[in-house]
Ligand binder design. Structure first.
Ligand code: SF4
Length: 447
């Protein structure tokens, strides 16, 4: 395989297509209200709630979040969030079927326990929540009090995603995130004892001062806690967009080859421990729903990464939250003050969005299948879309080049990635991206 030219390329993560930098201000509150009104009764729906506050800043962070040392801003934000929930529910013309709720951030568990329980109760009041709905929460193990664990369980949370990143004290100092193995183990045990059985760990490679040995140690320490899933992301160093990343010395960052070795080592350790490798960066125990979805061709990709969630509508709530309705994407105002002001004015707090065209839908499905399955039958997908397949001629030429470099092979109209090209799946997906040649901003490294 001749992959070296692609290792240092910067590409989208393809958690959507088109990707968020291509959203535009032409989609406004009126457009969104119209889209919500058109949702039919029983539309399978997911809710994403964004909590953009943390008690301290990790230098590697790429999320929309801000440091809140006091509770006042969080309390004010919750009032705005409750207002948005009422506005969205009021714009609907039919009851939906909510199957998934995801609290992300930031640190969602920064909310007071009683306020979290009340927030979920408010969601249940405004939306029909399926009795078997998955309710997932992102957790910072450094700051989860037992009272909050109890509140999560009382609210019906049944999946927890724990930020771990690296247990190496040298790396932790370089990223301003000190978190012990014991702390993480205690939180994991506490969640399970409270009945929140499904636990995922997030790890990162490519962090400052990270080595192969520290990656190995971290994975082995995590394995003693047996999470159901792992996500292993490459650190995206974009200090031009995330100013706190300037606290990370570039000289301390592993180069492209070292990042590749770290990613492959962690993947090998997890697969040897019995985890199924899922797509680009997820790992799941064989009996986990994600591993089963992969085996059955039912894996999907959304803004949280890989998911088993096949929802027809995703409603984003909170500052910067992104939603996807059958008609297109919607992103809320990113700046918290502006978000809250819009809601106080009685308006849906939309900042920008994107109306999908038939060609976008074809390209989105090709990209999603490549990202999820590492293979796609181009003719079979084209047959399901009312689009002249000749629009894909430039993509097919790029695929020919990738085949010459050994990143893919063809079986008729089917494209296949060999196992050793898995980390280059974003490169293969990118051949179907019609927006890539004029990127409005820089993306993260492909590996
Ligand atoms: S806890 Fe998570 S969201 Fe908050 S600063 Fe750290 S990485 Fe970012």
């Amino acid at each position: 395989m001749h992959a070296a030219p692609y290792r240092d390329e910067h590409l989208p993560r393809y958690t959507s297509y088109p990707t968020a930098p291509h959203f535009n201000a032409g989609i406004d509150a009126g457009t969104y209200a119209g889209w919500l009104k058109q949702l039919k009764a029983g539309t399978t729906t997911s809710l994403y709630l964004h909590v953009p506050f943390c008690r301290s800043m990790c230098w590697y962070c790429g999320c929309h979040t801000t440091v809140a040392l006091r509770d006042g801003p969080i309390v004010d934000y919750l009032a705005a969030l409750r207002g948005e929930i009422a506005l969205v529910a009021g714009a609907l013309s039919a009851p939906l079927d909510v199957r998934h709720i995801h609290f992300g951030g930031g640190t969602p568990t920064i909310i007071e326990p009683a306020d979290f329980v009340a927030l979920v109760a408010l969601l249940r009041q405004h939306f029909p929540i399926h009795p078997n709905a998955e309710i997932a929460v992102e957790i910072d193990p450094r700051r989860l009090a037992p009272a909050m664990t109890a509140a999560l369980a009382a609210a019906g949370v049944n999946r927890a995603s724990l930020g771990v990143q690296s247990f190496d004290p040298v790396v932790q100092k370089a990223i301003n995130r000190i978190q012990s193995v014991e702390q993480t183990a205690a939180v994991t045990t506490g969640l399970r004892e409270a009945g929140i059985a499904a636990v995922s760990f997030d790890l990162i490679y490519g962090l400052p001062k990270q080595t192969l040995q520290s990656c190995r140690d971290t994975v082995e320490q995590c394995l003693t806690m047996q999470p159901d899933r792992f996500s292993i992301f490459g650190y995206a160093h974009v200090p031009q967009f995330k100013k706190h990343q300037r606290r990370i010395a570039e000289a301390d960052l592993p180069d492209g080859e070292a990042r590749h070795e770290q990613a492959e080592l962690m993947a090998r350790l997890l697969t040897e421990a019995g985890y199924v490798r899922v797509g680009l960066d997820h790992f799941a125990l064989p009996e986990d729903p994600m591993a089963r979805a992969l085996a059955q061709g039912r894996l999907h990709r959304n803004f949280q990464g890989y998911t088993t969630d096949p929802c027809e509508a995703l409603i984003g709530l909170g500052a910067s939250a992104i939603g996807k309705l059958p008609q297109g994407y919607i992103q809320n105002e990113v700046v918290i003050g502006r978000y809250a002001e819009r809601i106080a004015d009685g308006a849906l707090p939309i900042g920008k969005g994107y109306r999908l065209t038939p060609e976008d839908r074809l390209r989105a499905e090709l990209i999603e299948r490549v990202m999820c399955d590492l293979t796609v039958d181009i003719d079979a997908i084209c047959a399901q879309h009312p689009i002249d397949a000749r629009v894909l001629a430039p993509s097919l030429r790029k695929l020919d080049q990738l085949a010459q470099d050994g990143l893919i092979s063809f079986d008729g109209s089917r494209v296949l990635l060999p196992e050793n090209a898995r980390l280059f799946v974003r490169k293969v997906a990118s051949v179907f991206d019609a927006h890539l040649d004029q990127p409005p901003r820089q993306y993260s490294r492909a590996v």
